[in-house]
Design a protein around this ligand. Sequence first.
Ligand code: PLP
Length: 378
Amino acid sequence: MTNTIPLVDLKAAYARLRAEIDAAVARVLAGGWYILGPEVSAFEAEFAAYLGASHAVGVASGTDAVLLALRALGVGPGDEVITVAHTAVATVAAIALCGATPRFVDIDPATYTLDPGRLEAAITPRTRAVVPVHLYGAPADMPPILAIARAHGLLVVEDCAQAHGATTGGRRVGTLGDAAAFSFYPTKNLGALGDGGAVVTDRPDVAERLRLLRQYGWRERYVSDVEGVNSRLDELQAAILRVRLRHLDAENAARRRLAARYDAALAGLPLGLPAAWPDERAVYHLYVVAADDRDALAAHLAAQGIGTGVHYPVPIHRQPAYARLGYGPGSLPATEAAAARVLSLPMYPDLSAAAVDQVAAAAHSYFETSEAETSEVF
Ligand SMILES: *Cc1c(COP(=O)(O)O)cnc(C)c1O
């Protein structure tokens, strides 16, 4: 008898933290202050302290976090911003929304993150910023990216939407560049029960500008100093995030244990397994394998009640909305190869070791079956 194993299980996390979350929600409801109040201020201070950053500014989503970080740094129309096409569309949408032109660099096929060896060739006189993405919970290769950015006077905005708590060289991601964007979408490692995001920075001028931009450009109520937007983190989400932040390290440790169990159980199969830079601690937002026959493997797992996902099936440069950027098929070979091969296996802190073993057994049975079919031909 096998159990159904979903790709992600948010109800399990809520059930585990229910007493604390319900108390936080009740406190906000009874407090009568629902937007930009004491919970948001407290969460901003606690999240900044957790990361080892000077400032965190709550905003409405991760997309807005990337957008407002770039705007606060003065990036806009006429500027080019370099990022990857193997990411959530939000990274690129935010660059376009600030008025800049997204430019793509291919990924390192081993780690799925921005290939620093290809960064310099993408820099033009209009390049203002680089947005490396710490994809799947694994830090991008930051030392060379930061060195190249510094040499060319480029800003660095880390996209940390999938990497809350990950470290590289002993520092949390989000503290390495000029600013960093986090999403608190419910499935993220630090997830709200609705939308939310934050920008983290050590620069007081950038933090101050973000506080203006997120609320109509107001320094003083009803007077817009700059052209702002409405992008606020609400008190309910902030109160929930304060609870979840206290459990983040334990949850990330659970994800790492489950990933190590997958690594051992899947070793020897014709699958690409997650790779790491030396001196980094990934937080396994997703556990992603690579398979030549990805769709057949996914179908085999689905038939056994195992949920999987593809992050992401269509690289951004091949999506209709971004065809205008002019990247044809074959222009980012490692990105396109990854999109065809990646498969995300079930991964969440409440996943059991037995479930990991069940997924691994199902993967083994897939390759045994397909080997038997192949040998029948001969
Ligand atoms: C989720 C995500 C975002 C966007 O976050 P939202 O809160 O959904 O707007 C941005 N970048 C990456 C890499 C993401 O995974």
